[in-house]
Design a protein around this ligand. Structure first.
Ligand code: GLN
Length: 292
């Protein structure tokens, strides 16, 4: 079958789940993975035929895509901040919004070098690994409650040649003490059960709920725990960065203010939603020894 015909089949059969443009990009993505050829090859050879085996594999992928399964889980990989990450259903698929969080962190010149960084709820390790790649002098760690996520995160650090230390802990009951950090970052679960009805089937049916949802009665559960932790374990002047649910931006500003964070800033994502917040732990002016 010609490549162009296969692409048409993708577009038709996925039309109830994806618009034409999305279906075409999905096709190209799968084509690249199956043939090991790039997009240019695809564009120049649309009238060529694929061999039987490649065609069979693409049609098998199509069957899975039709159920709403995300292409990243089918192919076992996702791109994040220009890096390739392995993913499976134990970890959230890295989101473009989270790339904006990494970009924001890297854009602050004070966060440049020699920093101890902790990523809380690291999942696939995408934030921690991307930061380490761009801040090679930084000492980067990531924690997660799930051993299955940590296994994936470690694999991703190795594949990307990034030295990141991953360890298990539940941030609601932090049981570790390996010193203080200059920067703490987290993209914790923040979707409330009421928002479930607006979510796409390929998120709800396939992605890990523990990484997405928070209890209705305490939507800021993780933010409160992490802010408490940051008060104790950020160095003076240290940075706290969060990805957030835009519905709680005001409450999160108040939470950081209540804990005396300074320079608090909200930032919108490309869809113009309040998606990130940042604050700094104040510098404490300590009395100098010998002065009454
Ligand atoms: N941004 C993700 C989504 O919309 C949720 C990530 C999270 O809960 N931390 O699916």
């Amino acid at each position: 079958m010609e490549i162009a015909k296969l692409e048409r089949i993708f577009r038709q059969e996925l039309s109830s789940l994806y618009d034409e443009e999305e279906a075409s990009s999905l096709f190209v993505w799968c084509f690249e993975a199956i043939t090991n050829k790039n997009k240019v090859h695809y564009l120049l050879n649309k009238s060529n035929k694929l061999d039987e085996n490649q065609q069979k594999r693409l049609l098998e992928i199509l069957d899975r895509l039709k159920t709403g399964e995300p292409v990243q889980y089918i192919l076992g990989e996702a791109l994040f901040y220009g890096l390739k990450f392995q993913v499976n259903r134990e970890v959230l698929i890295p989101r473009p919004e989270t790339e904006e969080l990494v970009e924001w962190i890297l854009s602050m010149k004070q966060t440049k070098e020699g920093t101890r960084i902790l990523d809380i709820g690291t999942g696939s390790g995408c934030i921690a690994v991307a930061l380490k790649k761009h801040l090679p002098m930084a000492d980067v760690s990531g924690l997660d409650i799930a051993l299955s996520s940590l296994e994936m995160a470690r694999r991703n650090a190795a594949c990307n040649h990034a030295e990141v230390h991953f360890f298990q802990s539940d941030i609601l009951y932090p049981d570790f003490n390996d010193g203080s950090y200059q920067l703490i970052v987290s993209n914790p679960p923040y979707i409330t059960p009421a928002e479930e009805k607006d979510m796409h089937v390929n998120v709800l049916a396939y992605e890990p709920w523990r990484a997405l949802f928070v209890p209705a009665h305490d939507p800021l559960l993780f933010y409160k725990a992490i802010t408490d932790f940051a008060c104790k374990r950020l160095t003076d002047g240290g940075f706290l960065f969060f990805e957030i649910n835009d519905a709680y931006a005001e409450e999160l500003i108040q939470l950081l203010e209540k804990h005396n964070f300074i320079d608090i800033q909200l930032k919108k994502d490309i869809h113009n939603n309040d998606r990130f917040i940042y604050g700094r732990k104040p510098m404490v002016v300590r009395p100098v020894d010998g002065i009454e």
